[in-house]
Design a protein around this ligand. Structure first.
Ligand code: FPP
Length: 221
């Protein structure tokens, strides 16, 4: 969800206004996905590297997240959406952790869309945490590489969630920035120049249409 800061700057506003506008787009896209048979929508809201931003912006993003989790209850219930967080949320405030956990529990049986928010998420961090869990459990001497793949996948934050089909990055950057690197092994990639606050359903529909026209071979011919 890249481009919030630039969107705000272009309008002579504080960067934080861009994040606020971004939340509105998150809401619209989430509702649209729930109503249009999309099973999973993963959103990169805060990366393990985002702590490098000025404290004032980090604090703002944490407060914005709190506000979002508090106010969006209705969106999840009315649209039958399951909420799931991925990332290492251990370092968040107790209040935020509680809000995240209770929304996960409250929406656990909702069955239209699963909305996944990546919070203090980074692929390298996720894989390292999975590795630590596996090394504590131990691995059988005669384990094959296929056993290792299955063990790794069941210890990632995304355990039980299918791999990414389509990855969209807004804001004009052409990189993955440590997002779901393992899960994007065969993802179709789409890079949009649109700054996230300007991203809309019309563009999303256009991207999905172009995705549907791609022939996915998964290494075969
Ligand atoms: C990247 O744009 C955006 C972020 C690091 C934060 C994304 C957060 C939101 C969309 C709002 C919070 C979301 C929820 C669900 C509470 P940038 O700031 O790097 O923009 P720039 O590249 O123009 O500087």
């Amino acid at each position: 969800m890249d481009g919030n800061g630039r969107w705000a700057k272009q309008k002579g506003l504080n960067r934080t206004e861009g994040h606020k506008e971004g939340v509105k787009v998150v809401r619209k896209i989430t509702r649209w996905c729930a109503k249009n048979s999309i099973s999973y929508l993963s959103l990169y809201a805060f990366s393990t590297e985002n702590w490098l931003r000025p404290k004032i912006e980090v604090d703002f993003l944490m407060k914005l997240l709190e506000k979002y989790l508090k106010n969006e209850d209705k969106t999840y219930e009315e649209n039958n959406i399951r909420f799931k967080a991925i990332g290492d949320i251990g370092c968040f405030s107790d209040k935020l952790k509680k809000m995240i956990n209770s929304l996960e529990i409250k929406t656990a049986n909702n069955s239209s869309l699963t909305q996944i928010l990546a919070l203090n998420y980074g692929s390298k961090d996720e894989i390292a945490r999975a590795f630590l869990k596996i090394s504590k459990e131990g691995i059988e001497n005669n384990a094959t590489k296929y056993d290792v793949i299955s063990k790794l996948e069941s210890n990632l934050d995304t355990a039980g969630i299918p791999d990414v089909d389509l990855l969209i990055r807004t804001g004009g950057e052409i990189r993955l920035s440590n997002f779901l690197l393992y899960q994007c092994a065969y993802a179709e990639l789409y890079f949009s120049k649109t700054l996230f606050p300007d991203f809309n359903i019309i563009e999303l529909e256009k991207i999905i249409k172009s995705y549907k026209q791609r022939y996915r071979r998964f290494g075969a011919i």
